[in-house]
Design a protein around this ligand. Structure first.
Ligand code: IVH
Length: 694
């Protein structure tokens, strides 16, 4: 394997394929398959890639080319088979190699201690060695390898047989299509969980909402939907991952004597196994693991709904046996539920800065996963109607991490005759009384800035941190300014405010007035990216605004760009292009820009003259930097050709950390991504020939 040139990181210098030399092509294809498998494992299983994305793409494209010219070289377990071409007719039922049992479970500590008591009495032992591991909230799956090759996958079904989803599961990149060990078992059936990482889930839901599709309620449903897709390419497009945690059957190899060693063995075979599992000497350590994992639950990249505690020694497991369908050697210690049932007291309407009127559920306060909530999103009118939610209904609400809680479904058993009439959207804006128009899934107030909700929202956004970052201009101050009529038509009014006007307002003393005027003055020197973000164009957030700024260089150039030019910009889709065009197409908005330019707010982006010494490298910045702001560091990195992304993955090249870094630094460490403090960052730049004057 070591003399395989494609294990090196690339780029590669391929010669055109010789269509008359099959033996050479065969040899090359074999090396490519071997190398791609190796890189897949490094990237998807071990989170430690040793090749650039570009190099990987080159290898993959070369293998496809060879397989196209010589179709006979295409093996059934080729990595190119993962893209999933076919459409299946159905999901045939298959019997499992061994029954897929379920677990006894509870969130009560007492029940966990009882489980331990029973096991200790039965084994006549003082203490038992356990393994504690995450209970993944995904879809349980059986995966079968014959002579080291992936042959079949099936959902759990009734535990004895399930639906065959071999082709859908083949598209999951962290599944090896071929086991790594030289001598793999003749038969290996493993059990694991398929799940959708949260970042992928949220991105997919955002795209669905933009395309006018219903979002999935949770990653588990999204996973189930993806795995049962008959269109295999559609399944391949969903961001799925896989963890294995149990052996259902093994022939032709001896299983290790303990569960912990079995996990290690599965990992050696190339299967993806969770790293954060704990060997526990006694139940107390397992409970500690549970409490630690629950406390950090919101930082995990996927949903975990508890901890599975398993007796480590296989001989002990056998001695304990089963009770009906549950093993006596394992117990699921659940976390506090993320979902609770409560009553909707009323449905309120919230008008956002872009005029979208969103229904919001006002709830009888309820504790969900440790936090009391009294409001939840209902998304949009279509969802309220489809879920048939009305005031007074009992509903199930879900809260995860820092995402706004939302109403999952109605669980009310009352007959319709005892419920109020179905909820309807109003025909006029609840804030300003202007007409409401329907735009796809949204209801929009047509009042523009004559609607106080829109005017206040637009100004608050203008002043917000990621936009013009105007200190002292929060919600309360904004309302005073608009209610007094001092700011009445647009953000441009802010820049003609006088000290005298401010001093007449209740909230203002001399100091506050002077500070605000100074902050406004300072905000005129903003960057183009921030200014574009500040306009609040729908779907144009911080990142897209930065992309547009770098591409067009000035507001005038952006305003002049037609839809086609906009769509041609990398990372700008048709929806963004349309919204940008529509925004600047309105005379009112062009007037605002003209007023701003006349006031001296007209930032330009200098096209970078810097050598692209970080070309194509991906950086994530976290924590507070001391010598420059994060924005400045980001701008510098872009100037030098790097890409700055918001989340750490195996593809990240470097993470730049300042003071009080968040979970991103820890994640980088766990993925083996190099973490640089500011000094190391500057040293890296210097090493590459850049002298920073910071
Ligand atoms: S062990 C016989 N380990 O939780 C024991 N199950 O009923 C087999 N689950 O749907 C299960 N994470 O799919 C085990 N680390 C883990 C798990 C796990 C999630 C699921 C399993 C089943 C449910 C328990």
């Amino acid at each position: 394997m070591s003399d395989n040139p494609y294990l090196e990181s690339g780029p590669y210098d391929f010669q055109p394929v010789d269509a008359t030399d099959e033996p050479s092509a065969r040899k090359e294809a074999e090396l490519l398959v071997e190398a791609i498998r190796h890189h897949d494992r490094q990237y998807y299983v071990l989170d430690a890639p040793t090749i650039s994305d570009g190099g990987y793409d080159q290898l993959y494209a070369r293998l496809r080319e060879l397989e196209e010219i010589y179709p006979q070289l295409r093996r059934s377990d080729s990595p190119t088979g993962r893209v999933g071409g076919g459409i299946l007719e159905s999901l045939p039922e298959v019997e499992h190699t061994a029954p897929m049992l379920s677990l006894d479970s509870s969130g009560d500590l007492e029940r966990v201690l009882e489980f331990d008591d029973r096991a200790r009495r039965s084994l006549e032992r003082e203490r038992i060695d356990y393994v504690a591991e995450p209970k993944f909230d995904g879809i349980s799956i059986e995966i079968v390898f014959e002579n080291g090759t992936y042959v079949r996958a099936a959902t759990r079904g009734d535990g004895y047989s399930g639906e065959q989803v071999t082709e859908q599961v083949r598209t999951i990149k962290s599944l090896p299509l071929c086991l790594a060990a030289a001598e793999s078992p003749t038969l290996l059936a493993v059990r694991g969980e398929i799940l959708m990482p949260l970042a992928g889930f949220h991105a997919m839901n955002r795209a669905r909402v933009e395309a006018g599709d219903e979002p999935f309620a949770n990653p588990r449903n999204a996973t189930a939907g993806a795995i049962r897709q008959l269109d295999v390419a559609a399944a391949a497009a969903r961001p799925l991952d896989l963890f294995l945690y149990d052996v259902l059957a093994c022939e032709g190899a001896e299983l290790p004597a303990t569960h912990s060693e079995t996990l290690e063995w599965l990992r050696e075979l190339g299967l993806k196994v969770e790293r954060d599992v704990a060997r526990c000497d006694g139940i107390e350590a397992a409970v500690e693991y549970h409490d630690r994992l629950e406390a950090t639950r919101d930082d995990l990249p996927y949903e975990v709904d508890g901890v599975v505690i398993k007796v480590d020694r296989r001989a002990d497991q056998d001695a304990l046996g089963f009770r009906s369908r549950n093993p006596r050697w394992a117990f699921a210690h659940k976390f506090a539920p993320r979902e609770e049932v409560t009553r909707i007291e009323d449905i309120a309407l919230q008008v956002g800065r872009t005029g979208i009127i969103a229904p919001v559920a006002l709830l009888a306060p309820v504790e969900v996963g440790g936090v009391t909530i009294s409001r939840a999103s209902l998304h949009n009118y279509d969802q309220v109607r489809d879920k048939d939610i009305r005031p007074g209904d009992s509903v199930r609400v879900h809260r995860a991490g820092d995402v706004i809680p939302y109403v999952v479904e109605r669980v009310d058993a009352r007959p319709d005759s005892e419920r109020p009439a179905p909820f309807e959207m109003p025909e006029t804006c609840p804030v300003c009384g202007s007409d409401v128009e329907r735009e796809g899934a949204y209801f929009v107030c047509t009042g523009g800035v004559s609607c106080p909700a829109q005017l206040n929202g637009a100004i608050e956004h203008w002043a917000s941190r990621s936009a013009l970052d105007i200190e002292g201009l929060g919600g309360k101050t904004v309302r005073q300014l608009t209610e007094a009529g001092l700011v009445s038509s647009s953000v441009a009014d802010l820049y003609v405010l006088t000290r005298k006007q401010l001093l007449e307002l209740e909230l203002f003393g001399e100091l506050k007035a002077d500070n605000l005027l100074a902050a406004l003055q300072k905000s005129k020197a903003t960057s183009l990216g921030r200014l574009i973000n500040a306009f609040g164009i729908r779907h144009v957030g911080e990142h897209v605004a930065e992309v547009l700024a770098n591409e067009f260089g000035s507001i005038a150039a952006l305003m002049a760009a037609d839809e086609e030019t906009l769509t041609g910009v990398h990372e700008v889709g048709p929806r963004v292009a349309h919204n940008v065009r529509e925004y600047f197409g309105q005379a009112r908005n062009r007037e605002i820009v003209e007023r701003l330019v006349a006031l001296g707010i007209d930032p330009q982006v200098e096209k970078s003259e810097e050598a692209q010494i970080l070309e194509g490298e991906k950086f994530v910045i976290t924590g507070t930097l001391s010598r420059m702001s994060r924005q400045e560091a980001g701008a510098l990195l872009s100037d030098l050709g790097a890409r700055v992304t918001s989340s750490v993955s195996g593809k990240t090249d470097f993470v730049l950390v300042g003071e009080n870094p968040g979970s991103k630094a820890a994640k980088a460490e766990s993925l083996g991504v190099p973490v640089l403090d500011e000094d190391e960052f500057l040293a890296l730049l210097a090493e590459r020939g850049y002298s920073a004057e910071v």
